[in-house]
Design a protein. Structure first.
Length: 258
């Protein structure tokens, strides 16, 4: 049917579903009227970037009010920001797995309550590239963990649940085809490694703690490259797992800064 799935039988027993961190709810807002026509959701770490992206989409789609400021739908919350540009929703998710996980749980419930159909969700952001040219865009085919495995381990009560992190291959190829019209940004498909932090987890030598040598770091990154990893960030495994479980056509595109 193309509807966004939720896999929680307890939701049907609730009188009201409060999307606390988005400052929205099923009783306080008419979610189908507000969001029922959404077809694309783009998420990224920074509220400022997602605001700029929404303004960009307003111009590209020729919408009324293009060039003007856009309203933050989640203005009552200081956790996330959300902007609309026609059928496109632009949402910030903060940094790291915990932050994007909270946002995605509530976003997926929002799309479900709004009765959205055939939604495509794309994570856009920055990352550290591995063996690729600076300024490249990596389209993720599979998100992998720090052992280069396509899995996301979620602790549920005292169980460790392992979830798949495969992303939509057809969407990846479609985005790669679109990239050929933008020659200024070299674009490729590859594995994205997701870590739990910015410093030690990504092999940086400039954190407050560092227990490894530069030689050990380089040897690890070499093995990552040989396993197909082309960039490193902190959200992709959780993003891929949640999208896959809830029937969302998802993809991640990251810009290699350095």
């Amino acid at each position: 049917s193309g509807l966004v799935l939720v896999k929680n039988p307890h939701l049907d027993l609730m009188e009201e579903d409060v999307l606390y961190h988005l400052d929205l709810g099923t009783k306080t807002h008419n979610l189908p009227a507000m969001f029922g026509d959404i077809k694309f959701v783009c998420v990224g770490g920074s509220p400022r970037r997602m605001r700029a992206f929404a303004q960009f989409m307003q111009r590209e789609l020729g919408l009324a009010g293009a060039g003007e400021d856009v309203a933050d739908v989640c203005a009552g919350s200081d956790r996330y920001a959300m902007y609309r540009a026609g059928p496109v929703l632009s949402v910030s998710h903060g940094m790291g797995i915990p932050s994007i996980s909270i946002m995605l749980h509530e976003l997926i419930k929002l799309l479900h309550h709004a009765k959205c159909r055939d939604v495509t969700i794309i994570r856009i952001g920055t990352s550290g590239g591995l063996g690729i040219e600076a300024g490249s865009v990596v389209i993720t085919d599979t998100a992998v963990d720090s052992s280069f495995q396509p899995r996301f381990e979620q602790v549920v009560l005292d169980d460790v649940v392992v979830r798949s992190t495969e992303l939509d291959k057809e969407l990846a190829e479609e985005l790669l085809a679109c990239s050929r019209d933008i020659p200024d940004f070299p674009t490729l498909i590859g594995h994205t490694m997701c870590t739990y932090d910015f410093y030690e987890g990504q092999g940086r030598l400039d954190g407050a703690l560092c227990s490894f040598s530069s030689e050990k770091k380089l040897e690890y990154l070499r093995r990552a490259y040989e396993a197909g990893v082309r960039n490193i960030e902190m959200e992709s495994t959780a993003f891929a797992a949640l999208c896959g479980l809830c029937g969302l056509k998802g993809e991640s595109c990251s810009f290699h800064l350095l």
